[in-house]
Write a protein that binds this ligand. Structure first.
Ligand code: IVH
Length: 679
């Protein structure tokens, strides 16, 4: 290709990738498969690598660059980032509305825009000539911390604005909320805990904490998202859209996601209805909202009312009831989950938490009960965040009241009476196969949304099926019939039909969902997906050795042990055979379908990187060889083709020597690249 053609190809690829990013992250309506997208991305990356001058800073390949910072710089905002006047009481909302009407004069019709109040971290994004120039935290409202490199890693933040539907202003400052979706937050916490790090208390802290990492590589590994709700400023002389609604439209045209569910309203009644509606939907959303924001739609009206030093007079946050309250522990009951872990559950005097009545909260494990010293009869602070199970935070002093004895650790399984075993902070019932509580938990998990997704098969039904002896192990689910079900309490013909249909329709099922549904200890939804991708079929996974398993990124020795133990157990093997030879049809893909084709220069090769390289970061080196068709694994085995050993290489280098695997130093690696692909 001529220089000109190369440039054109690179630009076409960038445009296509940006377009697909927009469809995926903003419109939530992708038009190509992940594989197709990856192909475009890889082609662009390979092109830029072969011809570094083609690389532009706003190229989609350039999200994670930059090395760790020493500290954050202070950045002045284009316009002050005010906060909102807020309240939870209807009376205060009514007074806000009255003030608005009075301020504008009775003749003026008032129109509001209502938006969810997102519970994340507020940021400013500044685009110059359409290119993301800087991003900062809110800070004190006037100045914040420069977090440009970190914000660049958020896939939903375009590095270049779209100019297809609307011209791009010379300067554009936007305000939005960076959030972490609840599923992602829970996975992150699981991961943090597995690596013995402190989990985040809630998605907001996780989002804010991830944005304030000095190493953008860490931020990049955190699944952040953004909604944009305000045009903070434009260059002098450029006029902003005249209303909030038009502003949200413009934000969408420029390629960012405006806050979802925005709606117009012109009365307090409509505001109340919207508030009630969102409160109701709150738990179904996959991100946290903590109220609604009411904004005057017309910017001329806004200017008429102005702002106080802290907040605009034209906007108001009408908050949801808090999700933290004080109540009393009536009893502490040990409850056995699907993995046999015994969770102490606090039975509470019912209390309203964020609009939901809560009567149980988790105490996590026996050590937590001891550490927090929660006893029966205590007054306690409880919290409910998102969809997650309410938890007991601490006990609250009551002068003069005598407390009960410390809660005695249970010694026998409350469900099957087997003697409990201690594993770290947990008590565990070892009777995995025959403990009714564990079986009910397994059924419930198997049927859950991220797994086989059997509607109507929740905790209660699962327990009933077990206690009535209808299901003794998972395959029995598929042998249920109307006669058996209608004998159960609460089941009529219709509900029985519905459940049977839901069970039938849960197959065929993707391998990753099925794996997740098996509830292998340590293996959550994300790992199940990675395993399914890596091995392609259940058979390959079942016969994988520990070494094969550890080749999967993110699968360590502990997980490997659990996975091999699970598949190695003859009872599990029999149950699996029974499931997949009959009622459950798996949707499997042969091998990693998103790998570059077999003609790629490094196709079929396996690399392991160990120690530090000078010329590349580990991530860059990995991407480089992957884009050429190789696989990068985290541990050395006989199947490894090359171990690239940088400075301070340790045990992996030794292992490579032991196994006689080819070892390359950085020079050797560079030469290999040069040799196979011309650098
Ligand atoms: S508008 C001047 N809209 O709530 C008005 N804020 O103090 C600027 N927030 O930290 C704010 N969702 O980050 C607006 N849809 C929304 C919002 C929102 C969340 C945050 C904002 C600020 C806090 C209010």
């Amino acid at each position: 290709m001529s220089n000109h053609e190369l440039e054109r190809r690179a630009e076409d690829l960038r445009k296509a990738i940006r377009h697909h990013d927009y469809l995926y992250h903003v419109l939530d309506a992708p038009e190509v498969s992940d594989e197709e997208y990856d192909r475009l991305f890889r082609e662009l990356r390979a092109l830029e690598e072969a011809h570094p001058r083609l690389r532009t800073t706003d190229s989609p390949t350039q999200r994670v660059g930059g090395s760790p910072l020493e500290g954050f710089q202070t950045v002045e905002h284009v316009a002050p980032m005010l906060s909102l006047d807020s309240a939870q009481e209807e009376g205060k909302l009514r007074r806000f509305d009255e003030r608005i009407r009075k301020g504008l004069g009775d003749e003026t019709p008032v129109e509001y825009v209502l938006e969810p109040k997102l519970d994340g971290a507020s940021v400013e994004l500044v685009y110059e000539d359409g290119v993301l120039a800087r991003a900062s935290t809110r800070g004190d409202g006037v100045r914040g911390e420069g977090i440009t490199e970190n914000v660049r890693t958020i896939a939903a933040v375009p590095l270049r604005l779209r100019s297809v539907d609307r011209p791009v202003p010379r300067l554009l400052a936007l305000r939005g909320e960076v959030i972490m979706r609840i599923g992602a937050f829970e996975e992150l916490n699981e991961h943090l805990m597995r690596s013995e790090k402190m989990p985040f208390a809630n998605p907001r802290n996780a989002a804010a904490g991830s944005l304030r990492q000095l190493d953008p590589g860490i931020t990049a590994s955190r699944p952040l998202d953004i909604f944009v709700y305000d045009i903070l400023g434009l260059e002098e002389g450029e006029d902003p859209p005249e209303t909030q609604s038009a502003g949200l439209r413009a934000i969408l045209d420029w390629g960012l996601a405006p806050s979802e569910m925005a709606r117009r309203a012109d009365s307090v009644e409509e505001i109340l209805a919207y508030h009630a509606e969102l409160l109701e939907r709150r738990d179904d959303l996959d991100y946290e909202i903590d109220g609604i924001v009411i904004k005057l739609n017309d910017l001329v009206h806004r200017a008429q009312l102005g702002s106080t030093s802290h907040h605009p007079r034209w906007a108001f946050a009408f908050k949801f009831p808090p999700r933290k309250e004080i109540t009393r522990v009536l009893k502490i009951v040990p409850s056995v989950g699907r993995t046999g872990v015994v969770t102490p559950v606090a039975m509470l005097r019912p209390v309203e938490l964020g609009g939901v009545t809560v009567s149980r909260a988790t105490l996590h494990n026996v050590e937590e009960v001891a550490r927090k010293d929660i006893r029966e009869g205590d007054r306690v602070r409880v919290q409910r965040a998102g969809d997650v199970i309410p938890q007991v935070l601490e006990w609250v002093e009551e002068p003069g009241r005598e407390r009960a004895q410390a809660w005695p650790r249970p010694t026998a399984c409350p469900s099957c009476k087997t003697a409990l075993e201690t594993r770290g902070p947990f008590l565990v019932c070892p009777n995995s196969f025959d403990c009714p509580a564990q079986l009910a938990g397994r059924i419930q998990h198997f049927a859950s949304r991220g797994a086989l997704d059997v509607e109507g098969l929740g905790e209660e039904t699962a327990r009933l099926l077990v206690s009535e002896g209808l299901v003794m192990h998972l395959p029995d689910l598929y042998a249920l019939d109307v006669e058996k079900l209608t004998e159960l309490e609460g089941f009529a013909q219709k509900s029985a039909d519905n459940l049977l249909r839901a069970i039938r329709e849960s197959s065929p099922v993707e391998l990753r969902r099925f794996l997740h549904g098996l509830g292998i200890p340590e293996v959550g939804a994300a790992v199940s997906r990675d395993l399914a991708r890596h091995f392609g079929t259940l058979e390959r996974l079942r016969s994988a050795s520990a070494e094969d398993l550890e080749e999967v990124e993110g699968v360590g020795p502990k997980m490997t042990e659990q996975i091999t133990a699970f598949f190695g157990n003859p009872r599990n093997a029999a149950l699996l055979d029974q499931l997949v030879s009959g009622p459950v049809e798996l949707i499997e893909t042969e091998g990693a379908s998103d790998a570059p084709g077999p003609e790629a220069p490094f196709a079929g090769l396996k690399f392991v990187f160990t120690g530090g390289l000078e010329r590349w970061t580990r991530g860059e080196a990995k991407e480089r060889v992957e884009s050429l068709g190789a696989r990068v694994t985290s541990s050395v085995s006989k199947a490894t083709d090359y171990v690239v050993a940088g400075s301070d290489a340790g045990s992996k280098l030794e292992k490579a020597r032991e196994l006689g695997v080819t070892i390359l130093d950085e020079e050797g690696f560079a030469a290999l690249l040069e040799d196979r692909v011309g650098g």
